[in-house]
Design a protein around this ligand. Structure first.
Ligand code: G3H
Ligand code: 13P
Ligand code: ZN
Length: 316
């Protein structure tokens, strides 16, 4: 069942965070649904601009609609990840997405508000909710390159004004994370003091944490042992998700870790079975491993085991 992120956030706020997972293909879609049902978790499917153009924008839509029929128990939102204004309008008019992200975070404050407000007005007219972003993450985003040194944490005072004037339904904030597999070079970590201040100024308002992959070191070691070159990759400590959730983070974005699962499975498979060439052989292993990975993440997020309560809330 496709729902808005707003509904999921109402159930989760202050208690746990919903996992927002990026998908690109059939195998990820299968593993995603299985893993969320195995762990009885509501979830958010994220589709990036890159994922929409990897094959055809209707292809993932078709896969997700079918998965909804194959797994009727699942409760999830379909969300555009890091949209520009035009892509937001395309998703809003498609009638498929329940939520869009307008990422105008690279724009000056006033311009960010102006663009976000336009998207919010178009989305709300159709019952679709909007995530916006204020502050800048380090690392590389789809259309934005922000060097680690220039990364700007979200200013809580500005955040309150931004939310009030833009009308957005949730806010992605920069609290020290970055996208990709190389997040921290030293002892940097999450800036909980920024989250505390954000929650004080925006009580009850859903916050979003991007760049939240953990880049598990066992995974990186296995990839490197099987021929990969990912020395120095480092991510966010997943045991910190619960504290972030208590401080108002209701959506935690994870993409890179799923890519690491794919890379490890395929590198190890072809190292161990160099004579094989049937794509379904590693594909089957990947779907099972991806489902396991999703279920484990949901354990850290606290969303595991919440599906029954969410279904009951939706039935009221
Ligand atoms: O934040 C970006 C997501 O990880 C999506 O990545 O743009 O390569 O699909 P992508
Ligand atoms: P990671 O690169 O840490 O998985 O972050 C994903 C993300 O923020 C997608 O919007
Ligand atoms: Zn992101």
């Amino acid at each position: 069942m496709i729902v808005t992120t707003k509904k999921l956030f109402e159930a989760a706020y202050g208690k746990y965070a919903i996992g927002a997972y990026n998908i690109n293909n059939l195998e990820q879609t299968m593993g995603l649904f299985r893993g969320n049902l195995d762990s009885q978790a509501p979830f958010i499917i994220q589709i990036s601009k890159g994922a929409r153009t990897y094959t055809h924008k209707l292809m993932l839509e078709g896969l997700i609609r079918t998965a909804d029929q194959v797994f009727p128990e699942a409760v999830f939102a379909v969300h555009l990840d890091h949209g520009d204004e035009q892509t937001c309008y395309d998703c809003i008019s498609s009638g498929f997405y329940s939520s869009v992200m307008i990422d105008a975070s690279q724009q000056p404050f006033e311009k960010n508000i102006e663009i976000t407000r336009r998207v919010v007005d178009a989305a709300h007219a159709k019952g679709i909710v909007v995530e916006a972003e204020l502050g800048q993450l380090g690392g590389v985003e789809e259309h934005v390159k922000v060097s680690e040194a220039d990364a700007k944490l979200t200013d809580p005072a500005q955040a309150k004004e931004f939310v009030e004037r833009s009308g957005c339904d949730s806010l992605a904030c920069a609290i020290g994370t970055s996208h990709g597999a190389f997040k921290f070079s030293g002892t940097q970590g999450l800036h909980f003091e920024v989250l505390e201040e954000l929650q004080k100024r925006l009580p009850g308002f859903p916050l979003v944490m991007h760049g939240s992959s953990s880049v598990p070191q066992e995974e990186v070691e296995r990839i490197n042992k099987a021929g990969g070159k990912m020395a120095g990759a480092k991510g966010v400590d997943a045991t910190q998700f619960r504290r972030a959730a208590q401080l108002g983070v209701t959506k935690i974005n994870i993409d890179t870790d799923g890519r690491l699962v794919w890379t490890r499975v395929h590198r190890e498979f072809f190292r161990d079975y160099p004579e094989k060439f049937d794509l379904r052989d590693p594909g089957k292993i990947f779907m099972a491993e991806y489902a396991k990975f999703i279920a484990e993440k949901n354990g850290y997020l606290g969303s595991a085991g919440q599906l029954g309560a969410v279904r009951a809330m939706l039935a009221k």
